[in-house]
Design a protein around this ligand. Structure first.
Ligand code: ATP
Length: 373
């Protein structure tokens, strides 16, 4: 994620000359460095403790149990889906269920085939290799990985130019768990090496309630059902956001009360952090406001829309748009972005009688695509 997305947004519709505003976004589904420790403490350790994603959980449970009974490593596992839904957590669970160690690395850390060869050649039998952001590995490393996944072998190239020789190196059987937010970006030969693919979807509010009760217990937060439910309903179907909002509500409750997270504390704290009833923040609302108020509901080009909210087109497209489209506030049409009836309703505005009805196009893959500039 770019520093721009992680560090700050100027997320209100502003008039020219207004000073830029830099605040971290509390509903950003991407994790931050600071959150790593608390996130690690909140991860469920075993499949039976993992709420939500029933299909993936049951399928993965079957694959792991069968491998355990056979006494062989399971097929390689690919986990795809938006950030913050539990891919890393599930990778850790795979290793825990197999009672094997896990080695953690990521696509951006493996820029050369040699980096991957070093990791692969040090794996023990049955070890789990977690490759986060696997779609960001270099092409040469990807090619080495195909071979390693299929034949448990790597060819280590020694020397350069015409004198270079490939020395085959046998590897003990191991299991790759790959995670990606953009499964569509993986080349087919790599995708095909995964015997099991699980796609994680946004969580139901009831599952987030379960997750939040568990997190509150682990964090020692005294929270009641209405408080938890309020937080869950504004968490955009994402456990990472739910856990973060819970921590902010806890902060509010500690400063303004006895530390009890109830409905009132949740509403006050989330209002302070600009998260509305639907989980939309200022950037989301600014985009909808611009679409409805300035462009009569659209369609309008992405760049024009972005300029009107004082943001980069990329920020609008990758940060605000996926959730707004998924939740039916906005549609992507061949002629640009358009507000839906739900957007007008959410803003408490009446659409013009001649507002064009735009058919929504699905997002390509599980991430944003670009239809126009
Ligand atoms: N099903 C779940 N139950 C409880 N907590 C969960 C669940 N899924 C995710 N979480 C929590 O949400 C946080 C983020 O999860 P995780 O790091 O596994 O997401 P991710 O999909 O790997 O994200 P990214 O794509 O950014 O790497 C962690 O604190 C984790 O404990």
């Amino acid at each position: 994620m770019s520093a721009d997305r992680r560090d700050g947004f100027r997320s209100e519709i502003r008039e020219a000359g207004d000073p830029p505003e830099a605040t971290a976004r509390v509903v950003d589904a991407a994790g931050t460095e600071d959150e790593r420790v608390v996130e690690a403490a909140l991860r469920p350790r075993r499949l039976a403790e993992f709420p939500g994603q029933p299909r993936v959980r049951d399928q993965l449970g079957l694959v792991l149990e069968a491998a355990r009974r056979r006494g062989t490593p399971p097929d390689h596992v690919l986990l795809s889906g938006p950030p913050g839904l539990g891919k890393t957590t599930l990778a850790m669970i795979v290793a825990a269920e197999l009672e094997r160690p896990i080695r953690v690395t990521s696509g951006p850390a493996i820029q050369h085939a040699g980096d991957l060869a070093a990791v692969l050649s040090s794996l023990d039998e049955g070890e789990v290799l977690f490759l986060d952001e696997i779609h960001r590995m270099s092409r040469s490393a990807e090619e080495m990985l195909y071979l390693a996944m299929e034949d448990f072998r790597v060819d280590v190239v020694v020397g350069k130019g015409p004198g270079a020789t490939a020395i085959p190196l046998e590897l003990p059987p191991f299991t790759v768990v790959g995670a990606t937010t953009r499964a569509g970006l993986l080349p087919a030969p790599l995708r095909d090496r995964f015997g099991f693919t699980g796609h994680l979807d946004f969580y139901e509010t009831t599952d987030l309630v379960t997750i939040l009760h568990r997190s509150a217990g682990l964090l020692g937060v005294d929270a009641d059902e209405p408080g938890i439910t309020e937080v869950a309903g504004r968490s955009r179907g994402t456990p990472r956001i739910a856990n973060r909002l819970l921590r902010r509500v806890r902060d509010w409750a500690q400063v303004h009360g006895e530390g009890h997270v109830d409905h009132h504390a949740a509403r006050e704290a989330l209002a302070l952090f600009d998260v509305d009833d639907a989980g939309l923040d200022r950037l989301d609302r600014a985009v909808l406001q611009a679409l409805c108020r300035r462009f009569g509901g659209g369609p309008v080009g992405l760049s024009t829309l972005a300029v009107s909210v004082g943001e980069e087109a990329d920020t609008v497209e990758t940060v605000a748009e996926p959730y707004l489209v998924r939740e039916g506030y906005m549609s992507r049409t061949p002629r640009g972005r358009a507000a839906t009836a739900r957007a007008w309703q959410h803003l408490g505005l009446t659409p013009p009688v001649d507002a064009p009805q735009q058919a929504a196009l699905p997002l390509a893959d599980d991430g944003p695509g670009r239809l126009e500039g």
